[in-house]
Design a protein around this ligand. Structure first.
Ligand code: ANZ
Ligand code: ZN
Length: 814
């Protein structure tokens, strides 16, 4: 029987019957938690992207299992959220029905992939036994003051008719549907991720994560070391603070700018300018944050008629409002230094505001303005002559003595907006009582069930509001009539803690048992897409830290080591999408070639972390490679009884060398998720076996068999069904996955002889085999008498001979 789907099925059945991948919690000191980001059950089928994530990750897990780890490898579904709801709106099929149906299909497909998932630990976020605990997590955060409600201008997608988190707005458009995002003032729930800004930043250094992802989180958190400086409004009992990173430029301030939304704008604006200011505020409301911050966009603004007093010189500085100052960053007020800041410079040019240079370059060259670098202070009172680096601290220290300023650290990170005016999510477990205000649902009343019969098409209001049955309740505090919160939680809340639930997914007393979870976590290897850098991966870190501080966990970070798979693009080089019609359905390939060929092809055809455009040229070659191994093994089993020799001579040494070199390379490369090179080494081993079989009449059958057995062992993680079949065909007992991962023999990697190149005047003219311990003199002597180079040196003067150890000899002639 040649390798095919039937062999896949045979072994999948056997693995399931024998519970081969069952995690044994008794074996805790060997545990290894290998986790792939769970999938969203939106499309009814697994696509090539799922395979590309789960196939190679499973191969890694299989290798770790053979290396003696007790691998915990669960799988589940991130099942709430917009796509199912949008699909429901389009088709009329209830999101719960379509989601549960999709999950069934995907479970089956994942099993057909032959992955080592232990399905006993499955987690599905839209089921009450899971979201009960999502609500519980929310309540713990609420009790700790880490969840709060606030009226705020929020990102609003007019097409999805829902609020979006900052992270879900991509270049001003909705991450999900691409519509232009607008702003809307609404009361919303937030989680106080900003309380953890510093730790989220600091602990990044300790993580074994891709540098780029760490950098993205650093930028997203956006720590900024600066100062707050107080300015008084001329003639009024009002003052305001600015946030600046360049207090060294304080003597160069020529005006100040407030965000149009700043609350003091109305109080300071003079009658003469009130109309202008009102009009401008209206205009600014319509701008997106991205537009407002862009340096390309022409700066606009209006004068308020008011003046501020410079905290040191007492000068009068005009107060403007402009949309280039954001209300939500720093204090929403900026001291403008047009000589040394790009945006202030453009603004001052446009409105003809004065400019004053206070920093010059270190080399004394009078560079043109704006001069934005650090330098030496000029025209800056007592600080003239200081360096920027010193003055930006010293000036603040001086102001501090007068109560006019202090050093201050700011973060770009905003609190996480988690309420959604949508149906398909976990209800927020809060009750609104007229008498008692916000009252958390008592823990014993959880879950707050999501009702099934609800009109879920969105109209900007939460669909749950229309369900009287859901909304009307009694206040847990006073017993009076009260209403439930009609919003649901962002799906990123569901996925911010799911890795904590897997090991204890059946616990109905608590979200997880602390003792168990402290042993099972952190996740040892987390595998998933890089697009989650500033969302899921940051939220999960935050929730872990918050739960730690609440006493539920003893570790700081959820994911010790992280790796991102690349993206498989369509053959046209574009991201695969249904609308482009460039998607690849794995099913046809699997039916034709078997799942191992498809998996191996993905692992060999792409560098795992890079991905690339789909091209199925190589898949036939991979199928032939599998057949080639099968033929080799079939021939061996026929020859098995034959007598051979016991000696180890040159051919055996060569075979043994390739065998050990392959074991070493596959172990090292696969550990680093470099599967393509690992498979290339396995191909070399197969070649070496063919060579030995073809060229050596009187074989050392013991070595030959051991080498084939090692071939099957190292191949097993990448072609699990096929290897299991070959293992059986060799007459060995079930299962190859209970075999120990082979170890290599260092001694076999030292070759007795080495082949080196001989060059004449830098050109390769021949090859030479030398004993590996040969001296330079011996190598020289041998090289000069090699037949193939004689013609190049005869009759010429040998100027010198250079020997590069283990690599080459170069003979220089004239
Ligand atoms: C005066 C100054 C002089 C500034 C100079 C820069 C250069 P980061 O590093 O991103 O924190 N700023 C402060 N609050 C702002 C707001 N709400 N909207 C827009 N801009 C704001 O940037 C801090 C700098 O951005 C601050 O330092 C301030 O301009 C501006 F030669 O103050 B600076
Ligand atoms: Zn009440």
């Amino acid at each position: 029987m040649t390798y095919s789907r039937d062999i896949d099925r045979k072994w999948q059945k056997k693995w399931e019957e024998t519970e081969l991948y069952k995690f044994n919690p008794q074996n805790m000191d060997k545990k290894l938690y290998c986790l792939e980001m769970f999938s969203y059950p939106s499309g009814a089928k697994l696509h090539a992207g799922h395979w590309y994530n789960y196939g190679p990750a499973d191969s890694w897990a299989r290798m770790k299992r053979m290396q003696g780890y007790e691998v915990f490898h669960p799988m589940g579904f991130d099942a709430f959220g917009l796509p199912a709801e949008n699909y429901a709106i389009k088709t009329g099929i209830h999101p719960q029905d379509s989601t549960l149906q999709n999950i069934k299909t995907m479970e089956r497909q994942l099993k057909e992939m032959g992955a080592t998932f232990d399905w006993d630990y499955e987690v599905i976020t839209c089921l009450p036994d899971y979201y009960k605990w999502t609500q519980w997590v929310f309540l713990q955060l609420y009790k700790k003051g880490l969840a709060y409600r606030k009226k705020a201008p929020v990102n609003w997608c007019p097409s999805c008719k829902t609020v979006l988190a900052n992270e879900q707005v991509v270049e001003g458009t909705c991450e999900r549907c691409g519509s232009e995002v607008t702003k809307k003032d609404l009361t919303q729930w937030f989680l106080k991720i900003t309380d953890y800004a510093e730790e989220l930043l600091e602990k990044l250094d300790e993580l074994d994560w891709p540098e780029k992802t760490k950098m993205m989180q650093r930028n997203w958190i956006g720590k900024s070391d600066g100062a707050e400086i107080e300015f008084k409004v001329d003639g009024k009992d009002i003052s305001f603070k600015v946030f600046t990173t360049r207090a060294d430029t304080l003597y160069g301030v020529t005006y100040v700018v407030l965000a149009p939304e700043n609350e003091i704008v109305d109080q300071i604006t003079t009658d003469k300018y009130r109309r202008n200011v009102e009009e401008y505020k209206e205009y600014a409301r319509k701008q997106s944050e991205i537009e407002r911050l862009s340096t390309e966009k022409e700066k606009t603004g209006v004068f308020t008629g008011a003046y501020a007093i410079h905290p040191i010189t007492g000068e009068k500085l005009p107060i403007w409002i402009s949309d280039y100052v954001l209300a939500t960053y720093g204090t929403g007020c900026v001291m403008a230094v047009p000589a040394h800041d790009e945006r202030d410079y453009m603004f001052a040019k446009k409105y003809d505001l004065p400019m004053k240079r206070v920093i010059k370059g270190r080399d004394g060259v009078d560079d043109s303005l704006p001069f934005v670098e650090y330098g030496i202070l000029v025209d800056s009172g007592d600080f003239t002559g200081s360096k920027s680096e010193d003055a930006r601290i010293e000036i603040v220290k001086m102001l501090e003595k007068e109560g006019k300023g202090s050093l201050k650290v700011n973060y770009r990170l905003r609190d996480w907006l988690v309420s959604r005016q949508r149906y398909w999510g976990a209800p927020i477990p809060i009750i609104h009582c007229e008498k008692c205000g916000l009252v958390p649902v008592p823990e014993e009343d959880l879950p707050v069930l999501l009702p099934y019969n609800v009109e879920f098409s969105p109209d900007g209001e939460s669909p749950l509001k229309k369900s009287e049955e859901f909304m009307n309740t009694t206040c847990p505090k006073c017993g009076g009539k009260a209403l439930r919160d009609p919003d649901t939680l962002d799906t990123f809340v569901d996925s911010s803690w799911y890795f904590l639930r897997y090991p204890d997914n059946k616990n109905d007393k608590e979200p997880f048992n602390k003792e168990l979870i402290d042993k099972m976590l952190p996740v040892d290897k987390y595998i998933g897409g890089a697009e989650h850098a500033c969302m899921h991966l940051l939220y999960a870190r935050f929730v872990t830290k918050a739960l730690r501080d609440l006493g539920y966990l003893d570790f700081d970070e959820p994911f010790k080591s992280l790796i991102h798979q690349g993206i498989i693009l369509g053959p046209d080089g574009n991201k695969m999408s249904k609308s482009r019609g460039n998607t690849i359905s794995p099913d046809e390939y699997i039916n034709e070639y078997g799942s191992d060929v498809f998996r191996m092809y993905l692992m060999f055809g792409f560098a795992f972390t890079e991905g690339g455009p789909w091209n199925d040229d190589g898949i036939k070659a991979m199928s032939r490679f599998i057949s080639r191994i099968e033929r080799l093994i079939d021939k061996f089993t026929e020859d098995k009884g034959k007598s051979g020799k016991n000696e180890i001579s040159k051919d055996e040494k060569e075979l043994n060398y390739v065998r050990n070199y392959t074991i070493k390379s596959v172990t090292d490369d696969a550990e680093k998720f470099q599967f393509n090179t690992a498979i290339a080494r396995i191909m070399e081993l197969v070649n070496a076996l063919y060579k030995y079989d073809g060229e050596v009449e009187n074989k050392n059958m013991k070595l030959y068999e051991e080498t084939i057995a090692d071939l099957i062992r190292v191949l097993a993680p990448f072609a699990p069904h096929f290897s299991e079949e070959m293992w059986e065909r060799m007459g060995y007992s079930y299962s190859v996955f209970n075999q120990k991962w082979p170890e290599y023999d260092d001694k076999a990697l030292v070759k007795d002889t080495i082949e080196i190149a001989i060059q004449v005047n830098g050109k390769v003219r021949g090859r030479l085999e030398i004993p590996s311990g040969a001296t330079e003199k011996e190598i020289q002597d041998k090289a000069l008498v090699v037949e193939s180079i004689k013609q190049f040196i005869e009759g010429k003067e040998i100027k010198k001979v250079v020997v590069v150890k283990n690599r080459l000899v170069n003979i220089v002639v004239k």
